[in-house]
Ligand binder design. Structure first.
Ligand SMILES: Nc1ncnc2c1ncn2[C@@H]1O[C@H](COP(=O)(O)OP(=O)(O)OP(=O)(O)O)[C@@H](O)[C@H]1O
Ligand SMILES: [Mg+2]
Length: 186
């Protein structure tokens, strides 16, 4: 018996014929849906990424209610600016690094998150100065130009001093020409 799928776009008809479990899995996958606000956010992020190196790099705070699509927009931006490998130079370039703010505002946790996001090797027991230095060196080697911190509000449970240290760490010129993105929830 043939099924009438004329109500579906041609490219999706094969999916409708998959076995139930595969079809349901396919339906439940994450997908990016364009809408004007998200487009605007992506344009702003792209403009920031293309901003030439300056003494004071601009930054952007994205805020919105939970479930508004902040993380989705950031992930889409990261997918559009993936790492690339230059075969001639034998060099990997990673323009955008995205991390989630650790649950508590500790400088060490922040650098470790950034290290992991850059694919660096974490050595246990390193002093904070060495860790910071290694993070900067790797970021420079990879040509990091932007850091996106999701869930930046996680600094709020820290003490005033801890919050100041983290804010200074973010402001610190960690990467030669990097700009810092702060993605905050309201
Ligand atoms: N552009 C989009 N395309 C498709 N689905 C989306 C999009 N934006 C949001 N969604 C849907 O909404 C859900 C919530 O989005 P997201 O996790 O980005 O919200 P958020 O603003 O980061 O929330 P929170 O503040 O709680 O972290 C996603 O899991 C996804 O299902
Ligand atoms: Mg989110």
């Amino acid at each position: 018996m043939s099924v009438d799928l004329s109500h579906l776009l041609a490219q999706y008809r094969p999916h409708a014929l998959l076995p139930d479990d595969e079809r349901i899995q396919w339906i439940q996958r994450d997908r990016w849906i364009h809408y004007s606000r998200a487009e605007h956010v992506l344009d702003r992020l792209t403009a920031l990424l293309n901003c030439p190196p300056r003494n004071r790099m601009p930054c952007l705070l994205i805020f919105g209610s939970t479930g508004m699509g902040k993380t989705q927009a950031v992930q889409k931006f990261v997918r559009d600016h993936r790492s690339s490998f230059d075969e001639t130079a034998g060099r990997t370039t990673l323009p955008v690094v995205t991390i989630q703010m650790p649950p508590a505002p500790h400088e060490r946790d922040l650098y470790e998150e950034i290290m992991v996001a850059m694919g660096g090797v974490l050595v246990m027991g390193l002093g904070i100065t060495t860790l910071r230095h290694r993070t900067r060196v790797l970021a420079r080697q990879l040509g990091v130009r932007m850091i996106i911190i999701d869930e930046i509000h996680s600094i709020l449970p820290g003490t005033f001093r801890e919050q100041r240290i983290i804010l200074n760490a973010i402001r610190f010129p960690l990467y030669a020409s990097a700009r810092t993105m702060r993605n905050r929830l309201s």
